[in-house]
Design a protein around this ligand. Structure first.
Ligand SMILES: [Zn+2]
Length: 281
């Protein structure tokens, strides 16, 4: 398996997209290439990854056994179907490669070797012209990280220019298991409380953000909240999101989403607040 050179890195991460564009990384698929790196594991000295799975277009390579993670692998498989069904996205054509590491030092050694300019992040999504790649290690947040980054990878595989806030809002939404997405996100209680206090987040400021460094917890929460509103609020909001994504795929100029959503729903902000006041978890 050989990979083209990746250079776009972003994520969870607060890693700057602009800086990421400057990243030039050598890429090799086999963990063998890291032999001699600090923190190398026995698996890394082998010629193949310890465990590899093909989940439709998602190819998972791990330096540990994935047998205890069959539930998570099923969720990753389902994630693509959920994204396609929810957002009416086309089928993935290119593969997505997911690289998983048992130990943080090995993950760090891997990043140092192949992505030396990338600052440490617990998980990464990397893409430029070739297939998208997700890298993560088995931290306590491993499963959430994997769903979050894989969501980015799946979105970027079919959407060329997704606004940052929407990219992150969707990843925050889909990072939870399917049965927890609508009601189980810790953001929900906070956003509901804000709605009752008359402090719902405005959409327009989110659209001005272009760097992950600009996104703190409040911005992630606000982006998640607008995605939740569109997916579980008035049907017209979800319809406008789907139309917006379809127009984005056509690469035709489009008004900012905030403008389109207000046109589709003149009482947009009032309904946003009402949605969270009334939403039953
Ligand atoms: Zn993200």
């Amino acid at each position: 398996m050989s990979q083209p050179l990746p250079s776009l890195v972003e994520r969870d991460t607060r890693w700057s997209r602009r800086h990421a564009l400057a990243v030039a990384a050598r890429w090799f698929s086999a963990p063998l290439m890291l032999a001699g790196a600090a923190g190398r594991s026995a698996a890394m000295a082998g010629e193949r990854w310890f465990d590899e799975r093909e989940l439709g277009p998602v190819q998972v390579h791990a330096d540990f056994s994935l047998a205890p993670h069959t539930g998570l692998l099923t969720e990753v498989t389902r994630l693509q179907a959920d994204l396609r069904a929810t957002l009416e996205l086309p089928r993935l054509e290119a593969p997505i490669h997911v690289f998983l590491f048992e130990r943080k030092p090995v993950y760090l050694a891997y990043l140092r070797e192949y992505f030396p300019r990338v600052p440490y992040r617990r998980a990464l999504f990397i893409k430029e012209r070739g297939p998208g790649m997700v890298l993560a290690f088995r931290s306590p947040e491993f499963e959430v990280d994997l769903r979050h980054e894989t969501t980015h990878a799946m979105l970027h595989a079919v959407l060329a220019d997704l606004p940052l806030w929407l990219d992150e809002g969707l990843a925050e939404y889909f990072e939870l298991p399917a049965d927890q997405r609508a009601t189980g996100n810790p953001y929900l209680t906070h956003v509901r409380w804000l709605a009752w206090a008359g402090q719902s987040p405005a959409l327009e400021p989110l659209e001005t953000l272009s760097e992950l460094n600009d996104m703190g917890r409040g911005e992630y929460r606000a982006a998640w909240a607008w995605v939740h509103f569109m997916l579980h609020g008035p049907p017209a909001a979800k319809s406008e999101l789907i139309r917006y994504l379809a127009d984005s795929r056509s690469a035709l100029p489009t008004d900012p989403f905030s403008v389109r959503l207000r046109s589709a729903i003149p009482e947009r902000d009032k309904l946003f607040s009402a949605h969270f006041k009334q939403f039953k978890s």
